[in-house]
Ligand binder design. Structure first.
Ligand code: ZN
Length: 108
């Protein structure tokens, strides 16, 4: 079976694309960024075209998608809400300190 490159992620900007590509590489998945405006028509505005991250081998696609999905959620955004041990405020998972009294989130 011939392996084909396959797009796994449309990034919001080139920086995000590079981060996603490096994240995949750190998991042993070869990937590259294609900036579509490089071969876009002359009348195409670069702002309309988002860079895509492609795996070099479509056999990696499923694993890459799982990594991308957890990457998109982010390590902290997926955390559950917590209660400040100092003042009892309820805080959403993305906060690492209490917005009310600045107490750091306790380790779980
Ligand atoms: Zn607090």
């Amino acid at each position: 079976m011939k392996h084909q490159p396959r797009e796994v992620y449309i990034a919001a900007d080139p920086v995000n694309a590079e981060i996603a590509k490096d994240m995949l590489a750190s998991h042993g998945i070869a990937a590259h960024v294609r900036r579509q405006y490089l071969w876009g028509g002359m009348g195409q505005l670069p702002a309309d075209v988002y860079p895509g991250v492609w795996v070099d081998d479509d056999g990696d696609y499923q694993a890459a998608r799982r990594l991308i999905e957890s990457f998109e959620r982010g390590p902290v955004a997926s955390a559950s809400p917590w209660f400040c041990p100092s003042c009892g405020e309820r805080l959403d998972g993305q906060f690492t300190t209490c917005w009310s009294c600045q107490t750091p989130r306790p380790a779980e």
